[in-house]
Every structure is written in structure tokens, then in C-alpha cells.
Design a protein around this ligand. Sequence first.
Ligand code: ZN
Length: 283
Amino acid sequence: MKLHNALVFFLLPVILLFFSCAYAVALEAEVIPTEVGQGDAFAVKISGASLSEHPISVFRNRIIGFSECGKGCFIGIGAVDMGTKPGEYKIELDTADVKTSLPLVVKKADFPSISLTLPEGKVFPNKKDLKRAIREADKLKKIWPVSTEKLWSGEFILPLENGISTVFGTKRVINKKKNSIHRGMDIRGKHGEKVKASNRGRVVLAEELFFGGNTVILDHGREIYTIYMHLSAFSVKRGDIVSKGDIIGLVGSTGRVSGPHLHFGVKIMGANTNPVSLIGLDL
Ligand SMILES: [Zn+2]
């Protein structure tokens, strides 16, 4: 047998076996963090893999959208709905090489309660305004399930670096009559202060809404959206691609508010997500 034939018949399979074993051993998957609160975001990261196809990860019957993050690296961001029962859950992971599950502990979140006073017309809208608000809510509902290519990269940033006035999940009693749950966080701000994009994304909405006032919604890809409300002015229009830190608008007091501030919201996999948890993720 000639030398090159010997190589093909004996050495090549050995080399291939070595590499496939090396890849199988090197495959690592982790959930960041392993313990979250109700309404929190989490990331699933796979590294050291040489996968011929994208991995699939499922949490509570919802698929977490993975994107490549380098050679053999895949990352996906998911979220726990604020109504999720505390307990131990499993994230199913299915790659070309491995089928496994990763544990995720959901702890009870301590959502505070407050009472506040707002203009009656914004708390109990008239028929025409109510119709408008319902129409707008329907429009937003159609945005959240759309999964596009990943535009975000690295950590998400705060759009405005002032203190928080109302935290995510706060139960609000408005004008002593109406109950509502705060589905974002309110950041203190003066009229005209610049609001930054939390990450790279596409502007999918930049318009005035009944409750939200002047609102910008960014699509970061893979069912991750950030929402900016009550702006006094827009610096972007629908269809624009913005980079992390770009100015998207100015702080204002449009919509249902008692004073100027920024309402910053996050939607992941359709769930209202605590923005603090997304910004705190070590991505
Ligand atoms: Zn708010």
C-alpha cells in the first residue's frame, strides 16, 4: 500500500475521531444567571462547539432565538414572565451534538405598591380615546412576536443615567380607583434631556400613542424590543437603524404622565421584562 493510501485509510479516520471527540468534550452550555426573579431576563450561552446547525433552546414552550457570537459560540436571551410561579424550571437545549437541559430557578419578586394622581381623562378615557387606545394596543401586540435577525451586540445600556422613580412591576392605584401594573421602569429626567438607544436596533415605531405619548420602539432582533415613552421629540423615524448610545429622542411629558420622565420598557419573547435585569446581564 502506498504511503498516501495508508494516510487515507488509517490516519484520516483517527484524525477525524480525535477532532469530533475534542469538540464533544469542549461543548459548554450555561444559563446566565442561574437564579432570576419574576419578570427577569436571562441568557443561554454555548461555547466551544463546532455545530453544523443552530442550537434550539426552549423555555416554557417558547423558543429562545440563538445567534452566533463567534467561532463555536451561540447566544440567546430569554425572559421569565412576571406572572411565572416561583420554582425550578428547565431550559431544554438541543444541538447537533448534544441534547440536554439546563436548570433555571425563578424566585418570587417583591413588587411594591404605590398610589398616584393623574388627569381623569387619561385614567378613564372617553369612548373615542378608548377606541384609539385599544387600536394602538392591538398594533403593539403584533410587534412583539416578530423575530428578526440579531442586531444587538454586547451589553444593553441605560437610555438615561438618572435615578429610578418607579421600578418595574410596581402595583399602582391611580386616582384611588384604578389598579395597574407598571410594565417598565421610570427614569427621572428633565424636559429635553437626551435619550439613548439601549443597544443596536431597528426603529419599528416612532409615533404618538394615547397612553405612551411620543413613543419609540427598537427591535434588537430575536424577539428583543426596548420601548421609550413620553418623549417631547423624536430624533429617529420608523425604519432607521440605530447604534448603541445613539440619541433617539428627548425626555418629555407626553401621554399619561404626571411630569417629565422616561418610561423605559423591555419585551423579550413577548414577556414584559424588568429592564434592570437585561442591563445587568453579563453578555
Ligand atoms: Zn412608566
